[in-house]
Ligand binder design. Structure first.
Ligand code: HGY
Ligand code: MN
Ligand code: MN
Length: 415
């Protein structure tokens, strides 16, 4: 039994087109009209397969296919359809469309799995709109997604009104929590978004673990003053101090970290933000990722020390506020073994690799047996309109997903 690779590629394109915006980008920001359009298209495909579609209290869209014995726990697949601004065709979409392709292949072949099958489109994985992602997967796992109807998005719109497009409210999100015994396992197919597979010309990655992600808000406070009449020696420029710190991040991370350790400042704001005023404050985000929780703490400590030293040098103060913590997450051994077994059965070359990007699987693996399949991202590019994965790699990935589902469906017991 094999998937229809052409159908998957054409659906990736169709979903991409749902994100077409007037500014020339293709963006399906969570809860936006473009995102809703993408979900409607996904649901229309699922319904053609006679799958039932429902939205849970956290806005996760769930397509369900009956198995031979619906009292058995469900095999879950899926990922997300929301994108980053000006994102690509593959990130998230591949796991959703690939999951549906497995179901369509079963239908075409007249194969009825023993377990019920569900394909989940998770809510707001990317999180750039409200500054926190993994919303739907957190709720399904019974973990507080930390959302409230009154919080504002990057445009100043309240979450409560934004989420009306899905017909959900923050207060109800946790009602989406699923009983772990109702799930056999979760398998997410995704593009690697890094260059390990691409550089080694390896068509499939069996994911071993997902990097942890810790985030912080940092504010450096100096003194706003006149940009013309304040001598250089008399300034307390918050941006200059922040820039000094940011400039040191690569060095500190490389000195104390390993090949998986990364740290990023992705957003920055100054006040009063005027061409003729020395910045009085500079607020920026800091994100640390690694496969090792202890190393993440060490990097945090070293970066804090560096920030402290630089701020005293410039005579400015700072605050360093943790905003979210996610520990590194190993994939479930038995699901990983089943993915590996499937790749071997298909005779496809593969390597076992960690994920630097996070995914809904980061959360799912804490509650449900979870595994991930990666396919290469050309030149390692992702979160970009230039994201590209070869059609042959997409087909391979979907076939590995299909074979993995067949294997876990036929297991006599889980380990
Ligand atoms: O940021 C991430 O790693 C994910 O792609 N949202
Ligand atoms: Mn992403
Ligand atoms: Mn993704």
């Amino acid at each position: 039994m094999k998937v229809n690779g052409k159908r998957v590629v054409s659906r990736l394109e169709e979903i991409y087109q749902c994100g077409k915006k007037d500014d020339g980008t293709y963006t399906r920001m969570a809860f936006s009209a473009e995102d809703v359009k993408g979900r409607e298209l996904f649901a229309s495909w699922a319904k053609k397969l006679n799958m039932t579609c429902r939205m849970d209290e956290a806005g996760n869209l769930i397509a369900h296919m009956d198995g031979q014995d619906n009292s058995l726990p469900a095999i879950l697949m899926g990922s997300h359809l929301d994108t980053v601004p000006d994102g690509g065709k593959y990130d998230g979409v591949l796991g959703c469309v690939g999951g549906l392709e497995v179901c369509e292949t079963f239908r075409e072949e007249g194969y009825v799995p023993k377990h019920p099958i569900e394909v989940i489109v998770f809510t707001d994985e990317e999180g750039f709109r409200f500054g926190k992602g993994l919303t739907g997967s957190s709720a399904i796992c019974g973990q507080d997604p930390d959302i409230s109807d009154s919080e504002l998005d990057i445009y100043g719109e309240a979450r409560g009104s934004v989420m009306q497009s899905y017909g959900i409210t923050s207060a109800d999100a946790l009602k989406a929590a699923r009983d772990p015994s109702s799930v056999h396992c979760f398998i997410e197919l995704h593009v690697e978004q890094g260059a390990r597979l691409y550089k080694t010309d390896t068509p499939v990655g069996v994911v071993s673990s997902i990097a942890g992600v810790n985030r912080y808000d940092i504010t450096v406070t100096g003194e706003a003053n006149h940009a013309g009449s304040t001598a250089m020696a008399d300034r307390k420029d918050a941006l200059v101090a922040a820039a000094g710190f940011i400039n040191r991040i690569p060095e500190v991370t490389t000195e104390y970290g390993n090949e998986f350790t990364v740290a990023t400042v992705g957003t920055i704001k100054v006040t009063p933000h005027s061409v003729n005023v020395i910045p009085g404050t500079c607020t920026f985000s800091l994100e640390i990722r690694d496969q090792d929780a202890e190393l993440m703490s060490l990097i945090e400590q070293k970066l804090r020390e560096t920030l402290g030293d630089i701020c005293s040098k410039y005579g400015v103060s700072y605050t360093f506020v943790p905003t979210s913590f996610h520990e590194p997450a190993p994939m479930s051994e038995w699901v990983k073994d089943n993915v590996e077994q499937a790749v071997k059965e298909l005779g496809i070359d593969y390597s076992v690799i960690p994920s630097g990007a996070f995914h809904d699987s980061l959360i799912m693996t804490s509650v449900f047996p979870t595994g991930m399949i990666f396919v290469p991202s050309e030149k390692g590019i992702s979160h970009s309109r230039y994201e590209y994965t070869k059609d042959a790699d997409i087909e391979n990935g979907c076939n590995v997903l299909l074979q993995t589902v067949i294997n876990v469906d036929n297991m006599t017991s889980s380990c």
